[in-house]
Design a protein around this ligand. Structure first.
Ligand SMILES: [Zn+2]
Length: 425
């Protein structure tokens, strides 16, 4: 009797129809801190079946990928990106002053950012703000049309205080591009993003962006709470941007899931963050980026000095937060040509007192917790997505191994980066 192909598959593998892979590493470092020396990750389709030891049997029929020169870490999570901000450096304009382009062109150009991001070992991003729902289009193109890029959790338009002169939009079916005039419009603005397909809600709770490092609060605590409540009602979480400490304090009081950027947070706010499990996403490194590439941005020496002083305070606040036991998420705030440098943020955390393992946790298990994906992302463990980065060196001894030495990346069981220079047998 000849077995039907499906039955043959059932005998040879553990999951019907799914491709089995066995990936050998020098060591497998899980996001929770467990290390398996000479571990072999068994992958079925897009999912991790288990981490086997060097002497365990490899399942019959599995394709063996030999990465025994490298160490596995979980695919990393960057919880603050703007993937649709693309800079055409040949355009003769600085990144903030590019001529407008059609949204569909923005989406396809963002593939450059998506590729650079994967090359850093980042397989998941939380994208916090885009125009014209280009973030939703990019996410769906990756998920449904086979584009290469990280998993995206997106926010649509970030909610912003509308600037005067006010022209209230009485037709609530029309998009208001996330602009709100007063508290009464906040639930509707949140709902518009969710209806459009947003996974997360972003609120700009203070001024500050690019070379502007002012941190003046733009929404008060009651308004922030209205956004958090509206999002919760729709099953969504909130990230609140505040450069300054007042917006930071109010965002924490309002119960945001994560607080982005804030400097000079007071001890009471840090204690409240710890008590409420609110994550701090300091984004220290993006102001290093702006200062370093000041020429591209045409920033003046005064603007660079302002970026540098903000970064010093930002770093100091991160240091105090770490000491106070606040959990951090790794967010790059990457825009334009910062993609490819997504993980440099981790170096600041180690400089601020974290061990490399703790820094790695900010970009793995903490990122997963911020997204509510603790059971699927951030670990190399059974049932998790097969999101794995192979690094050259010991990531627990030197964080630069994570930031600089990613050689191979698998996302959902598909190899998306291979710089090992050798074909698998
Ligand atoms: Zn941002």
């Amino acid at each position: 009797m000849v077995l039907a192909p499906a039955a043959a598959l059932l005998l040879g593998t553990q999951v019907l129809g799914a491709q089995l892979r066995a990936v050998r590493f020098a060591a497998v470092v899980d996001g929770s801190g467990t290390v398996t020396q000479r571990g072999v990750v068994i992958v079925s389709g897009d999912t991790i079946l288990r981490v086997a030891g060097p002497r365990d049997a490899i399942p019959q029929g599995a394709q063996v990928i030999d990465l025994s020169r490298y160490t596995a870490i979980p695919g990393l999570i960057d919880v603050h990106t703007h993937m649709t901000y693309y800079w055409d450096s040949t355009s003769g304009t600085d990144p903030w002053r590019q001529p407008p382009r059609p949204p569909e062109q923005t989406v396809s150009l963002a593939r450059w950012n998506a590729t650079r991001t994967l090359e850093t070992g980042v397989t998941t991003v939380r994208d916090l703000g885009a125009s014209n729902y280009t973030d939703i289009a990019l996410r769906d193109s990756i998920n449904k049309a086979g584009w290469t890029g990280p998993r995206m959790f997106v926010a649509g338009f970030g909610l912003q205080r509308a600037r005067p002169p006010y022209r209230p939009n009485t037709d609530t079916t029309r998009t208001q591009r996330g602009r709100v005039y007063d508290i009464s419009q906040i639930p509707e603005a949140v709902k518009q993003q969710v209806d459009a397909g947003a996974d997360y809600v972003k609120l700009y709770g203070s001024t500050g962006s690019g070379a502007d490092v002012t941190g003046n609060e733009t929404f008060n605590a009651a308004e922030m709470k209205a956004a958090v409540d509206a999002a919760k009602k729709l099953g969504r979480r909130v990230a609140i941007h505040s450069y300054g400490p007042v917006g930071g304090r109010d965002a924490v009081a309002a119960g945001t899931t994560s607080l982005e950027h804030s400097i000079n947070l007071d001890d009471a706010t840090l204690a409240e963050m710890k008590a409420k499990d609110i994550f701090y996403v300091p984004t220290v490194d993006h102001n290093r980026f702006y200062a370093e590439y000041a020429k591209d941005f045409r920033y003046t020496p005064q603007q660079v000095a302002a970026l540098d002083s903000f970064r010093v305070l930002n770093f100091e606040t991160a240091r105090r937060a770490i000491r106070a036991g606040v959990k951090l998420g790794m967010g790059s705030d990457a825009v334009f040509h910062m993609f490819g440098q997504n993980t440099r943020e981790l170096r600041w955390y180690v400089r601020a007192g974290m061990t490399p393992a703790q820094a790695l946790a900010t970009a793995t298990v903490n990122g997963a917790a911020i997204l509510g994906q603790e059971k699927k992302l951030g670990r190399i463990a059974p049932g998790y997505f097969a999101d794995i980065a192979a690094v050259e060196g010991d990531p627990l001894a030197d964080i630069n191994v994570v930031t600089d030495k990613v050689r191979w990346v698998m996302k959902g069981g598909t190899v998306v980066v291979d710089k090992t220079g050798s074909r698998s047998p």
